[in-house]
Design a binder for this molecule. Structure first.
Ligand SMILES: NC(=O)c1ccc[n+]([C@@H]2O[C@H](COP(=O)([O-])OP(=O)(O)OC[C@H]3O[C@@H](n4cnc5c(N)ncnc54)[C@H](O)[C@@H]3O)[C@@H](O)[C@H]2O)c1
Length: 284
């Protein structure tokens, strides 16, 4: 598929995980991809891989929390490519999650550092990317949000709040620039087995899987496909949306997994008798 041929895409946090997978997919679909990451060697490695496949890609080291660097990123895109069609604001300071407990124990510095990257980063991306996008006739912005923005979390207080900011930024940008041809959407990802997701202890991943409606957890490419769709012309009537890609984790009755266990236990206890009758309001 080459539906993005002639388009220029910037992906932040593209040296790893979801961003790297999105860069690969956009390149496969014909886009010129600017692979941006704080980690320059990681960005270069992704670019080398893309160029080996015949794609056009460049690496630009950028700290998305630094306005000077973000301005420089888009100035470079203007000079090198003269246009911007797709912006995937994806970078986040995932390493701070281990220092992000409940609100009372959370250091204010960690809150600030989390917001500096996760919320200020996408804001700066929009602030400096939109003028270039407007000059080239509009485009699509896709921000990476999280289901942590939508549910109460036992920990990662700052992370969830920063992602709620991203979701709201998405709606505001869509409202402000829609008439000028810019769509802005977000993907609220559930647990994804990127290098960051794989840091979670196996037992915790098992808990996520138990409460996910699919028989598997997400892979980076599952999110990349949603981003690529939202970035494409096929999604031209979709804007201001936060699309959940979480295997249904946040869209079912919270007792579902326990209920299944209860049914199974009841069956085992009464076997070979019939399973317990469902009562009104319970979910099979
Ligand atoms: N993995 C998950 O379970 C999950 C779930 C929901 C949302 N997300 C979101 O997906 C996005 C990507 O996460 P991932 O799982 O691929 O993580 P990852 O750690 O694999 O990749 C994150 C990338 O961002 C880069 N980065 C960090 N700080 C940066 C900065 N200041 N400037 C520029 N780049 C910076 C890192 O160098 C890294 O390459 C994030 O926005 C994250 O919040 C991830």
């Amino acid at each position: 598929m080459t539906e993005l041929a002639g388009r220029v895409a910037v992906v932040t946090g593209a040296g790893s995980g979801i961003g790297a997978e999105t860069a690969r997919l956009l390149a496969r679909r014909g886009a010129t991809v600017v692979v941006s990451d704080l980690d320059e060697p990681a960005a270069r490695a992704v670019v080398d891989e893309l160029v080996d496949t015949g794609a056009t890609a460049t690496a630009v080291a950028t700290d998305v929390s630094d306005e000077h660097q973000v301005r420089g990123l888009f100035a470079r895109v203007r000079t090198d490519h003269g246009r911007l069609d797709v912006l995937h604001n994806n970078a986040a300071a995932m390493g701070l999650a281990t220092r992000d407990p409940g609100a009372v124990r959370l250091d204010a510095e960690v809150w600030d550092a989390t917001f500096a990257v996760n919320a200020r980063g996408p804001f700066l991306g929009c602030k400096h990317g939109i003028p270039l996008m407007l000059d080239s006739g509009g485009g699509a912005i896709v921000n990476t949000s999280s289901i942590s923005a939508e549910v109460g979390e036992a920990t990662i207080t700052a992370y969830g709040a920063s992602k709620a900011a991203v979701s709201q930024l998405t709606r505001s940008v869509a409202a402000q620039w829609g008439k000028r041809g810019i769509r802005c959407n977000a993907v609220a990802a559930g647990l994804v087995l990127s290098p960051s997701g794989l840091q979670l202890p196996e037992a915790l991943r098992a808990i996520y899987l138990r409460h996910t409606l699919t028989p598997y957890l997400g892979e980076p490419e599952d999110i990349a496909h949603v981003v690529a769709f939202l970035a494409s012309d096929e999604a031209r009537y979709i804007t201001a949306q936060v699309v959940r890609a979480d295997g249904g984790l946040t869209d079912h009755h919270p007792i579902l997994a326990d209920f299944r266990d209860w049914v199974a236990d009841s069956r085992a206890a009464t076997a070979p008798a019939h399973p317990p009758a469902l009562t009104r309001g319970t979910t099979p």
